[in-house]
Write a protein that binds this ligand. Structure first.
Ligand code: PFF
Length: 495
């Protein structure tokens, strides 16, 4: 069977940028910047982008494009033992998309509530009480929250129709869903800078609080944000790379994707902080207090600000259309990673049926987040999968390409197909910098989690988080052991 292909290079770039630019840019990035010292957060963010993000993105595009397969089969071709790493990555993608779609479901409910500005009385009560119907704590699961459940079903139906024809349907969708949110963002920016107080918000965003840089948490947050924002380590970019022609440019596509993504993050920071500055002014509250609201930024603080401005329903509608169109390309890129993983092993299976199967399972797995304790579960899954599974995959992926396959050999391939070559620094990043930096982060994180357990959660709840890491890890280790003898006899294929 011939492999599906992107219809053009522009469509590939749109799909890759669409995957990268998502809720992470508008929801996660500004709240991290707010929490970790405003402009100071940009320092670890930029370092993480250059030292780890760009080299790994280039690696993933190159692996997919060269091997012409998704993560599992590509890793297997690089070294048979590493198909287990592909399974780990794809399994993690599944966990992420199962909760990512739930955040989109909340956005959908907000979109519907925009017409009546449902949150105008009390934005916090609306989010926790009406939308999440949140229970007191994670011990009280409290049954299904039906509006979120139905919204989640609708989100999954939309995701299914984006991926059911593979690159063809994805190509048709990204042509609209990638530019549209950027246009909406620009409209919201213009709205923001015509409101009083926006400069206060920008001041907070741009003036660094250097003190924060000695806090190790800021660094782990910046690195995991780079992983999340560039859709690294979960097989997405490998799958997308695998639908390119094997002689397409890699260096230019990597820089274009990474810079557009970070540009949009910075841009969305300007939008979010302009509006926060406005809210701070009318509420007479300091900006840092509003900015430190964490995940509530997109669903409490921002909607509250929207409801205070003239033509509130229109701007609210635009904001939530923006969130949904931003989110959908990222969500279906995770499904694409899973689809590619399955179809590369079973190439005679039907794409539409595999998509239906993956989307149905994704929906079912997401039901836990539609309970009244859903937010707590989501917080735990997000924290553990991103920080542990992402970092672990990043480390092993760099070792696989850097040491086992050979960084220089991969760099030669990248340079053969690219107009502008990538220098030897890439080898150093892949072989030394990435494994060392990511291992250090992993160790810091592990020490912190073992000495002071995350959040205020009971042990049983945290063990679910650990299970998201340990169960796939154990399955992969068992697979590796099972095939060990076979692997020892077989030398890695060379290309
Ligand atoms: N990059 C997406 C965002 O910033 O929202 C999220 C994401 C998509 C993470 C795809 C990982 C992934 F494989």
């Amino acid at each position: 069977m011939t492999r599906q292909k992107w219809s053009s290079r522009t469509i590939f770039i749109l799909a890759a940028v669409g995957s990268a630019v998502g809720l992470g840019n508008v929801w996660r990035f500004p709240y991290l910047a707010g929490k970790y010292g405003g402009g100071a957060f940009l320092v670890p963010y930029a370092i993480a982008l250059i030292a780890v993000g760009i080299p790994l993105l280039m690696l993933e595009f190159a692996v997919g494009q060269k091997m012409q397969q998704g993560a599992i089969a590509s890793y297997k071709k690089l070294h048979p033992a590493f198909s287990a790493l592909g399974i780990f990555a794809v399994f993690s993608a599944f966990i992420i998309v199962s909760y990512y779609a739930v955040v989109m479901a909340w956005s959908l409910l907000y979109l519907l509530a925009s017409f009546r500005l449902g949150w105008s009385e009390d934005a916090s009560a609306f989010f926790y009480g009406e939308v999440l119907q949140i229970s007191e704590n994670i011990n009280t699961i409290g049954g299904i929250n039906w509006p979120v459940f139905i919204a989640l079903l609708l989100v999954w139906i939309a995701i299914y129709f984006c991926v059911w024809k593979g690159t063809k349907s994805v190509g048709n969708v990204v042509a609209y869903t990638v530019p549209l949110p950027v246009i909406l963002m620009a409209i919201l920016l213009i709205r923001g800078i015509t409101l009083p107080g926006f400069l206060n918000g920008w001041q907070f965003y741009l003036i660094p609080n250097w003190q924060q840089l000695i806090n190790p948490e800021v660094w782990t947050a910046a690195f995991s944000q780079i992983f999340f924002t560039l859709s690294l380590a979960f097989g997405t970019m490998i799958a997308y790379g695998s639908y390119k022609n094997s002689d397409d440019d890699i260096v230019a596509d990597t820089w274009t994707t990474a810079l557009l993504n970070s540009g949009i993050s910075l841009f969305s920071g300007f939008v979010v902080f302009a509006v926060l500055g406005y809210l701070a002014t009318i509420k007479d509250t300091p900006v840092p207090e509003l900015a430190a609201s964490g995940p509530g930024l997109a669903f409490i603080i921002f909607p509250e600000a929207l409801s205070q401005m003239p033509l509130a329903p229109i701007f609210s509608l635009l904001f939530f259309i923006m969130l949904l169109t931003l989110g959908i390309d990222s969500a279906f890129s995770l499904v694409e990673a899973i689809n590619a993983g399955i179809l590369d092993l079973r190439s005679d299976w039907d794409l539409a049926k595999v998509s239906l199967f993956v989307c149905s399972f994704g929906f079912i797995a997401g039901i836990i987040y539609t309970t009244k304790a859903g937010l707590y579960f989501l917080d735990i899954a997000d924290r553990f999968v991103l920080n542990y599974n992402g970092l672990l995959t990043g480390i092993f992926q760099a070792i696989l390409v850097g040491w086992i396959y050979g960084a220089e050999k991969m760099r030669r391939y990248i340079n053969e197909v690219s107009d502008r070559p990538v220098g030897k620094w890439w080898n150093i990043a892949i072989k030394y910098l990435i494994p060392i930096v990511l291992t250090a982060l992993l160790a810091t994180q592990l020490t912190r989690d073992l000495t002071s357990p995350y959040g205020q959660y009971p042990a049983w709840a945290l063990s679910l988080g650990w299970a998201c890491v340990i169960v796939p890890l154990t399955i992969c280790a068992a697979l590796l052991l099972k095939n060990w003898q076979k692997l020892r006899r077989r030398s890695p294929q060379t290309f």
